[in-house]
Structure formats: structure tokens, C-alpha cells
Design a protein around this ligand. Sequence first.
Ligand code: GLC
Length: 551
Amino acid sequence: MSTILTKRDEFLGAKVIYQIYIRSYSDSDGDGIGDLRGITQRLDYLADLGVDYLWITPFYPSPQKDNGYDVADYCAINPTYGTMEDFDELSREAAKRGLGLMLDMVFNHTSTDHEWFQKALAGDPKYLAYYKFVDAAPDATEDNPGKPPTNWESKFGGNAWEYVPSLNKWYLHLFDVSQADLDWDNPEVRAELANVLRFWRNKGINAFRFDVVNLVSKPAVLEDDHEGDGRRFYSDGPHIHEYLQEIVREGGIDGLLTVGEMSSTKLESCIGYTNPENHELSMAFNFHHLKVDYPDGEKWALMDPDVPQLRNLFVTWQEKMTAGGGWNALFWSNHDQPRPNSRFCDTQNYWFESSTLLPTCTHLMRGTPYIYQGEELGQTITDFESIDQYRDVESINYYRILQERGLSADEAFTIVHARSRDDGRTPMAWDASPHGGFTTGDPWLGLVGNYPTINVETESADPSSPLNYFKRLIALRKAEPIIQRGDVRFLESPSEKVIAYERTLDGERVLVQCNFSGDEQPAMACDGGEILISNYDEAGNGATLRPWEGK
Ligand code: GLC
């Protein structure tokens, strides 16, 4: 193996990253919304957990239509979250504890409140060229704008183009109407974004996450998609590798720890994005394994997870990324996903096993594990009973869209309840006091009712809690080079509900077996070895895996 790959594996394989959804983490000033100082107050907890970097979701000025992923100024702090002094203090205090900060760069689009978009709206040609504006028909009017440039759908529902009467043009928004897509084919746009990176680099930041970054290179010809919602034209688009290389070089971040969020991506593209020889990114998030419970790829419909398909995806992404010199971000959970223990397992009957099986399965794989706040506690999906308790723009849109498609209000609610991004956004529970110690005020989104038992204080005191299991899992990766950089190979297991793989390095072998079911399943023999970690206290008979057992 080349030196550059060996060095990469040694560096990235030893890291664990923790994601903070700032709005829901810790509120220092009682306004019901988490903030930067709130995070600073929790740094000892994070250092004790054993993680290396804190990915913090966007805290920049923003109208918060998409909770900060609608950025109005890339180089400033939203007053709701604090001040630049608060940020600097967080950064200093984190560094003292050996924690790096990873900032979230939302470069596919800006908020329509961004100065650039406002200047475009005022007709300034320089800024019109920053976005994807397309002329409307000469006789278009506000009431009758005609057909949008393409039939592409916004990821949050509805057509992806918005008509601006004063300009007689349409602009593209792959997400909310308030999130206008930037035109990366314009070199001035790329230079502006590289400047943003340099701004944060100058403040000492050395890790970055790039939001939906594989969507930035749009096709030269805009055409209707008769097979899908348009994504096949702009995902992993024509100039994506070139643009990533340029922004990494010009932003001065080559060789730093970076991750790209890759939407509907392909394996070959992700190998390209993350093979260090290409000087693009360190690693990639892909979402294929989080669609194994989407019937025919439809997010807004329900089915049980397809475990054999999940296994096949892991085989592909683990073995083939390795063969191509790529590197995976390992994760089940983030602020866009319902809590995975509730979703893929059985938190009603096996809450501890469900909350620990999933990380056992991914943390021992090849790649860099991510933990999303509250995952380490086994936080579950919400117990909300009414749509009024939801805040997320996508959930609210789809509650309406599903009813327009003919579902009853109850049916629509059942689906939203299982699928909502708010399922993963409920506030972090720190203790059993009102609102889980998250805020002294009124939380912007309700906590899950089980917080009096599922919280940091209670779990810290209990050696057999998910929290203490996560600590052991993190410590295990730190201690074992085989987990950090060993080869990975999936094994044929005797049951289709079991996912099993081995890691090998220098003649040593680690076997991982995970039972994705609530029934006993046959186990694979592992002669003469010791158990490094298991989510059952008792060793068991060795011949069977118990419900949701992972070891
Ligand atoms: C990413 C973010 C998500 C956001 C979207 C648009 O998927 O994780 O929260 O809504 O990009 O920025």
C-alpha cells in the first residue's frame, strides 16, 4: 500500500467524531434554544466520552427556515447562538481538552436573505450570475408564470424553481424556496467560498463538513427528468471533482480532516472524493444504508428494514471503498434521520440492546465513526401526538402533501411520526430535571417523555447504560490498530438476519457478529478468541446470538 494511504488510515482510523445539533444541545441563556456557550459548558462531558472532533451544525446568521442550513452570512455568528467571542472561547476551551471543532459549510445554496441574493434580486448582474437564474417566457406574469425551466422536484416537496416577477426569471432551489442554489460554474462563486474557508482557517479551525456538496455541479443543459425527480442530472455532477480540488486547494484545507455529505451518490464517485491521491476530501457520508426501509425508494412510506439489503450495501461500501483507496464516514444517525434504535430495532422491548447493537455494528468497521448527540444515551424517536408539536419544514410540508395524495390525516401522521427529521432533533437530555436540564426556558422543540431515565446524569451512574457502552466502544477503537486500519471482509452468516464481518491485520483477526432481529439466531464459531466487547453481560452459549446481540 502507498505511504499516503497508510498515513491516511493511521490518522482517520483513530478518530471518532461527535455531532452537535446546536439548537438542541445545551441552552446557556434560557431562551429555549441551544447555543455556543451551552456547548462550552459541556466540554468536560465530551472529553470524557473520548471523542476527537465536534462537528457543530450551522450557527451563522440565518432566518432559520431550515434551522441554519439557510445561511445569510458565512463569516459571522447568529446572535441566537452567541457572539464571535463565544465562538473563540469555545474553540480555545475545546483545544485545551484535545477536542477539535469541525464546522459545517453549506455551499450548495445560500439563504435568500444573503446579501448576494438580495443584490441579485435588485438586478445587479454580478450577483445574478452567482445563482442559477433562468429567463421566463416574455409574456410570463406573477399569476401566470408558465412552465418552470425543468420539472425537477425540491427535496422538501414541490417544484425546484421559483419565479421572481420583478426579474421575470426563475431561480433554482433544490431545497426550500428560501435556499437558492449557487452557480458553481461561476469562478467568482468558487473564489468567494474559498475565502470563507480561509476565514475559518485563520481562526484555527482545521476540520470541515461540506453540506450536500456532491450537488454543486449542475449540468450545462437543463432538461426535464422523465424517470425521476432530477437528481440523476446533478448528483455527482459533471465538474464535481475539479471543483472540489480547487476549493480544497484555494481554501488552504488540503490534508485537513474533511467530510462531504453525498446525496444519492455512487461508489466510484466516493472513491474519487476520498482517495487521498486526488486531494479532495478525507471521507464521505453516503445514505444508501439508511434507505433499506423505504419501499421502492419512497421515504414517505413505511416498511420493515431489509436486512439482507443492508448487508449487501455494507459489503459494497466497506470492501469496494477499501479496494479503491476511499474512506467512509460510519454513521446511523444525524439531525436529518429518525433515531435509528427506534427505527431499525425494538426499543419497546430491547431498548439497551437496540441502542448498542447499531454502534457495535458500525464502530468496528473500517472508516471513521460519527456519534450524533443523544445516540450515546439511546435517545428514542418522539412520542409526539399532534402535527403542531413538529417544527421541521420538511415534515410539515409532507404532512400536507401526503394528505393531498389521498392519505387520511391519521395515516399521514403515522408516517411523519416515523420519518420526521424532528425525531432526531429533540433536545439532549442532561438530567431528570424539567426539560432534561437542556434549558431553563421553554424548549423550541419538546423533549421525548422518557428523558427522566434516558439522560446523561442517570446513565453516567449506571455501568450498564448505553452511555458507558459507547465509552467502551470508543476506547476499544483507540486501543486496537486492527480496528483502526485492519482490512475488512464480510462473511456468509448462517442467518439472513445476522451481519458478520472480520477485520484482519498482521495475522490477527477480529470477528464481529450482529443480530438484527428480536429472535435468537445461529452464531458463528470463533475458536479460542476473547470477547472484546458485547452488548450482553453474560457470555452466552456461543452457539446462538440473542435478540439484538452484537459482539
Ligand atoms: C443537508 C443537511 C440538512 C439540510 C440540507 C440543505 O442534507 O444535513 O439538514 O436541510 O442539507 O442544506
